[in-house]
Design a protein around this ligand. Structure first.
Ligand code: DX5
Length: 232
């Protein structure tokens, strides 16, 4: 297995009245990064937070922040999310008519560039922008809300994305988001994912956030290890 699985909590289930304390607790729980689900109420039905909220939370956690922009016009505000302290900015391919230019803009601003694909969007969408991509986010739910059911039909797309990434020889993370739990993470990991977003299952874990992060990482590492031994 090339590198340990990365476990990235989503703050969507967090107490929005105490986001500084929330991100501090996620950092203490061993999160590799923290994901901010930015929603504009148009690209997805829900409306969440903007760059000023993220900037306010930035001093309270030492782990990298990633902004998942579920918005209709990501180009307009990318710079604000970088200025707010996001190390990684993820845009939806479905919202970017000039995706090649948008990814270049993210990198020019000094952040890592991510591309998210909704469940129905094919892997081949990324074939000509991998050289500008640091992370692919394969949505395993239809974006907009936490607590949804994992869509296993995305797993063949994960296999295809893993082949694309490996064939490119580029260091690109393959991340999944939506319905990730102790019951679903092994399937996503075996299909090729190496970074995992979890919100409701992680926040609802009876043993707390640290136990949840550790459990997800252990299951994912084991599944990836088995998969790599099988193909060796
Ligand atoms: C969907 C959101 C959620 C969230 C994780 O737009 O992106 O996927 O991050 O939510 P859970 O883990 O509760 O499915």
């Amino acid at each position: 297995m090339s590198s340990p699985s990365r476990i990235i909590p989503s703050v969507l289930p967090a107490d929005f009245s105490a986001l500084g304390a929330e991100v501090s607790a996620l950092c203490a729980a061993g999160a590799d990064r923290i994901q901010w689900d930015v929603m504009d109420g148009v690209f997805v039905p829900n409306l969440t937070f903007g760059p000023d909220v993220i900037a306010a939370a930035r001093p309270h956690s030492s782990v990298p922040f990633e902004a998942h922009l579920m918005v209709t016009d990501p180009d307009r505000d990318i710079a604000r999310y970088v200025d707010a302290g996001c190390d990684l900015v993820i845009v939806h391919a479905e919202a970017c008519p000039h995706l090649h230019r948008t990814l270049g803009l993210i990198r020019d601003l000094g952040a890592r560039a991510g591309v998210a694909l909704n469940p129905a969007t094919p892997a081949g969408t990324l074939a000509h922008v991998l050289d500008l991509t640091d992370l692919v986010l394969a949505m395993t739910v239809n974006p907009g809300f936490g607590g949804q059911r994992y869509v296993p039909a995305v797993e063949p797309k994960l296999v295809e994305l893993r082949r694309l990434i490996d064939a490119s020889g580029l260091a690109i993370e393959l991340e999944v988001d939506g319905g990730i739990s102790d019951a679903t993470i092994a399937g996503a990991a075996a299909a090729g994912a190496d970074a995992f977003i979890s919100g409701s299952w992680l926040y609802g874990h009876p043993g707390g956030k640290r136990a949840a992060v550790a459990e997800l990482r252990a299951i994912a590492d084991a599944a990836r290890g088995r998969q790599q031994r099988e193909v060796a």
